[in-house]
Design a protein around this ligand. Structure first.
Ligand code: ADP
Ligand code: MG
Length: 227
């Protein structure tokens, strides 16, 4: 698994011309590595994650995930690529309120048709692995904030993605739950690639590469081994 980001820039069209958000951002990660991006609100963290997640095209530059250049994928190919290769975890859990934990984790499979027995087993395995074996039938309103975020993480993992993108994953949690979610994400990143946008300096310091967004450019602020 590898993620190569080479000189990506992003500008949005505005009435007076173009609003530059990201400039010449580059980094490389492989399986087992994690990267954090910190920066003030509005600095472009979510924009960067949207580009990596193929939700938004870069204005220029290259993104290659597992040797596939994402700009080369057609509109038709993108949803499947995204579903199989990328797991998204957001600040808001985005779980369906009417569905149980187990059903919420099964949702990505539904997009491709009927759910097979091994897919059902995979969802059960993930929920048990993250400590929710006795919360399978709970609906989101019946779970704590930390538990909801764990369900969202299980949902992000159903297809064993190469890349996990987490946008302020601990933003709505107290310190205790933030630590549980951080531990879980960093444990998962041992076998995937993890990119986190965060305001949480404790979490940021635990990733293998640490960056700050400074006027649209990515500035490396540290590296940590064995994270
Ligand atoms: P962060 O996640 O760091 O808070 P964002 O990436 O969400 O920042 O936003 C960065 C900047 O890009 C903000 O100033 C925002 O207003 C602007 N922006 C985001 N999406 C769009 C869009 N679709 N059109 C124009 N400007 C946008
Ligand atoms: Mg954001």
């Amino acid at each position: 698994m590898s993620l190569i980001v080479s000189r990506i820039s992003k500008a949005y069209p505005v009435r007076s011309g173009w609003l530059p958000i990201l400039r010449d951002c580059s980094f490389e990660l492989e399986s087992g590595q994690s990267l954090s991006v910190v920066g003030p609100s509005g600095s472009g963290k979510s924009t960067l994650l949207s580009i990596l997640g193929t939700l938004e095209p870069a204005s220029s530059g290259l993104v290659c995930l597992d040797n596939i250049q994402i700009l080369s994928l057609s509109e038709k190919e993108l949803p499947k690529f995204r579903r199989h290769k990328i797991g998204f975890v957001f600040q808001e859990h985005h779980l369906l309120p009417q569905c149980t934990s187990l059903e919420n984790v099964l949702i990505p499979f539904l997009a491709e048709g009927r759910i097979a027995k091994e897919q059902h087993d995979r969802a059960l395995f993930l929920l048990k692995h993250i400590g929710l074996a006795d919360r399978l039938e709970h609906r989101p309103a019946e779970l704590s904030g930390g538990e909801r975020q764990r369900v969202a993480i299980a949902r992000a993992l159903v297809y064993s993605p190469s890349l996990i993108l987490a946008d302020e994953p601990t933003g709505n949690l107290d310190r205790n739950n933030a630590t549980i979610i951080s531990d879980l994400l960093l444990e998962l990143s041992k076998t995937t690639i993890l990119v986190i946008a965060t305001h949480d300096p404790v979490l940021a310091a635990r990733t293998s590469q640490q960056f700050q967004i400074n006027s649209g450019t990515l500035v490396k602020t540290g590296t940590t081994s064995n994270s």
